[in-house]
Design a protein around this ligand. Structure first.
Ligand SMILES: [Ca+2]
Length: 399
């Protein structure tokens, strides 16, 4: 049970891949009219195609009660339409739908020639009675009592899905990423919680990168004899993202073989920045109540959050003293939920001795990591998926 409608949505400076559609521009005499010439893939005019102008909105302008309908215009029998826009139209995007064809792009000229492409669809389930919005094109669906939702006539491309529960004013969560193609319906499986990464798009950037947060995943070791598999993930992290035995879609799969030399602190870790402005800023995790992820494997690992507090208040010798949680892996996919009370400095570290808690560090978090925490020579196998921050919204993170 669902209904669909369309809404204008906020827009940041996010680059979204949008297929291989062609677009060409010319100059027009009329300053504030955008002239659209919409054609089918074979070059015939797309008559009565629906054009939406998607205007930028501040994130906090969107609320459950106040979804804003976009300007829409239909093309004439020649596939032509003219739409008045403001001077700032270059901040806008346009979305065009015609039957099972669609296209979207940024408005860069005041006259655009568009060749529509075959559209795709998305089906999934999320929190009952919540809205799901495709970012940044603004299509919305309502997930009713069953929590199921469907989008049809979605242009091809990579998108983020935002969720907003009825009882959470301004509580926008990044709930999934999705790749839409014309060949098959895209399936998404959504657990509650702000999505940090689901690895499903198969690239080295975490899901939050799609909304301007965080930066690329990387792997690092003590630089001695510790081995990482696949070895090439040092230069191409995406090689570790596989469908085989994945929890859903694609999952991270890696193995660390620690140096046997007891005189060094052998380790290997994966990490990504999670702060604002593509990781150059910090994330405020004050509102977070827990972090969760799906994981399986063998060996002992530690999940950690690097904070300004530990890295500015303590000497470099405490660089491994970030707050985190150490646990053993088992051979079945398991959801591990770690409440913030359990995020602590490593036992025996200076911050632990001085009683540093999550409260001291939570305002300025730099990166998320998962690393080995095991004996020299240990072989640690890790499969990881669906990392979620619970209790936070995009607005919280930016504060
Ligand atoms: Ca996944």
């Amino acid at each position: 049970m669902y209904k669909m409608f369309f809404a204008v949505l906020f827009l940041c400076c996010v680059i979204v891949s949008c297929g291989v559609g062609k677009q060409a521009g010319t100059t027009s005499e009329t300053e504030n009219d955008i002239r659209f010439y919409v054609q089918m893939p074979d070059g015939k005019p797309a008559a009565h195609a629906r054009i939406f102008i998607v205007k930028p909105q501040a994130l906090d302008a969107i609320s459950y009660e106040n979804t804003i309908l976009g300007d829409t215009v239909f093309t004439d029998s020649n596939g032509f339409a003219s739409i008045p826009v403001g001077d700032d139209y270059e901040d806008n995007m346009y979305l065009i739908q015609w039957n099972e064809y669609a296209y979207f792009s940024r408005l860069q000229q005041d006259s655009v020639l568009v060749y529509l492409e075959k559209a795709g669809s998305i089906r999934g389930s999320t929190k009952p009675n919540s809205y799901v919005t495709i970012y940044p094109i603004g299509l919305q669906a309502y997930a009713g009592d069953s929590g199921e939702f469907t989008f049809t006539n979605v242009p091809q491309g990579s998108f983020a899905l935002w969720g907003q529960a009825q009882n959470a004013k301004l509580g926008l969560e990044l709930i999934s990423t999705v790749q839409v193609s014309a060949e098959q319906e895209s399936q998404v499986q959504i657990v509650s919680g702000f999505l940090l990464e689901d690895f499903d798009d198969g690239d080295e950037y975490p899901a939050i990168y799609s909304v301007g947060m965080g930066n690329a995943w990387y792997v690092y070791t003590e630089m001695a004899a510790t081995q990482v598999e696949p070895a090439q993930m040092h230069t191409d992290f995406s090689l570790a993202l596989v469908q085989e035995d994945a929890w859903f879609g694609k999952s991270l799969q890696t193995q660390f073989t620690l140096d046997t030399n007891r005189s060094i602190s052998a380790f290997a870790s994966i990490a990504c920045k999670i702060g604002m402005q593509y990781g150059s800023g910090r994330a405020n995790l004050s509102a977070m109540d827990s972090v969760s992820f799906m994981i399986k494997g063998q060996g002992q690992v530690r999940v950690f959050f690097a904070s300004d507090f530990i890295h500015t208040q303590y000497p470099d010798t405490e660089a491994s003293s970030d707050l985190g949680y150490t646990f053993g892996l088992n051979s079945e996919w398991t959801r591990v939920v770690i409440p913030i009370d359990s995020l602590l400095p490593p036992a025996g570290s200076l911050p632990a001795i001085e009683g540093v808690t999550w409260n001291d560090v939570k305002h300025a978090i730099d990166l998320f990591g998962l690393g080995s925490w095991d004996e020299p020579g240990a072989v640690i196998q890790i499969q990881l998926d669906d990392i979620r921050l619970h209790g936070v919204t995009i607005q919280d993170l930016a504060e």
